[in-house]
Write a protein that binds this ligand. Structure first.
Ligand code: SF4
Length: 346
């Protein structure tokens, strides 16, 4: 791919999500970050429209994680307005949201004309069998347990003790601009100022409902620290970054934060940008880079759960994908093998 000189300073958006996708599968990275965006330009190729259609599909696990996040946002809005719903109310509305969103995702591909675009489950696009009740119950339990663990957590108690005027608003599309011309996309889940023996300190928080990632979770939260430095003027030494793991039981992890840890994160961003920015030395960044720069995943087992698997059908390595049952609509998604009534509807 040639050298990685930073030809267009300030035009590259870096994020932990982007790096992890690149590590997972280069072809997926190409579909998501190069091909799909072409669908929004004049006369897009069919493949770009195809990638654009698939890029927002989510697995059941991703969906439940997103749902917990939106339910926590709603709960924190309640608290901000001085309303403190009982646990049963919080859990009931989460279950209701699950039923609604699951139904809307099903309806979307049948010509649904709702006022917004719902979460789109890949199992509905790929036509998997109805969700078995036991699997639906496990998903419900994940959501319920995550919310219960939050409500019982120390961080929830600390948030409730602070004045909502000390809760800092976080933009949905927040970013931090680094000196060397990289924009880092961030989305902290919550930020508040706490006053204690050490004075006013900024608490910046990320909720997690899945497994922890010891390599990237700290980098992600340190990106939030850089954002907090720029946005709110808190020096790193007065910021406490937290990763709050909510499932299966709450674990509140405080990360070290000082000038050295922020510098290490900046170095990691620069290192990985050099890998990711494949357009940096191209003469015409408006044309697509060659697809062959982005090989298919070496571990084709992961293709079973990939939203883009429909596009890789017929690619040179498709035989190995077929061997693991990756063909669209085959019902090969884990847990979807049995038929019967849809378990999320009740
Ligand atoms: S189906 Fe497999 S090879 Fe294709 S983009 Fe997804 S993970 Fe990569």
């Amino acid at each position: 791919m040639g050298s990685r000189a930073l030809r267009n300073p300030g035009t590259f958006v870096w994020s932990v999500t982007r790096v992890k996708l690149f590590q997972e599968c280069r072809r997926k990275y190409y579909y998501r970050y190069f091909l799909a965006p072409r669908a929004r330009r004049p006369d897009p190729p069919l493949a770009a429209k195809h990638a654009d259609r698939l890029k927002d599909l989510v697995s059941l696990e991703m969906w439940t994680g997103q749902l917990v996040h939106t339910q926590l946002e709603r709960l924190l809005q309640d608290w901000k307005r001085g309303r403190f719903p009982a646990e049963a109310v919080v859990l009931d509305r989460a279950r209701e949201a699950m039923r609604e969103q699951f139904r809307d995702s099903q309806q979307f591909w049948r010509g649904w004309q709702g006022p917004y675009r719902p979460a789109l489950l890949d199992r509905h696009y790929y036509g998997h069998d109805p969700l078995p009740r036991e699997r639906a119950e496990r998903l419900r339990q994940r959501v319920v347990t995550s919310l219960q663990e939050f409500l019982d957590s120390q961080i929830a108690a600390r948030i409730r003790r602070t004045d909502p005027r000390d809760w800092l608003p976080v933009d949905r599309h927040a970013s931090v601009r680094l000196d060397e011309g990289t924009t880092v996309a961030v989305r902290p889940d919550f930020a508040f100022v706490e006053v204690g023996d050490a004075g006013r300190r900024l608490q910046i928080v990320d909720w997690k409902t899945g497994r922890g990632d010891p390599e990237w979770d700290p980098v992600q939260v340190h990106c939030y620290v850089m954002y907090a430095e720029q946005k709110w003027g808190f020096p790193a030494g007065k910021i406490d970054p937290w990763v709050i793991y909510l499932y299966p039981q709450c674990h509140e992890e405080a990360l070290r934060c000082d000038a050295a840890s922020v510098a290490a994160t900046r170095a990691e961003i620069a290192r990985t940008r050099a890998l990711l920015d494949v357009e940096a030395d191209r003469d015409d960044p408006l044309t697509l880079p060659p697809e062959e720069w982005f090989p298919l995943a070496a571990d084709r087992g992961r293709c079973r759960w990939c939203a883009f698997r429909e596009m890789c059908e017929g690619a040179p390595q498709s035989q190995s994908a077929a061997a693991v049952g990756a063909s669209p609509g085959s019902g090969s998604c884990a847990g979807s093998s049995s038929g019967g009534p849809d378990g999320m509807g009740s």
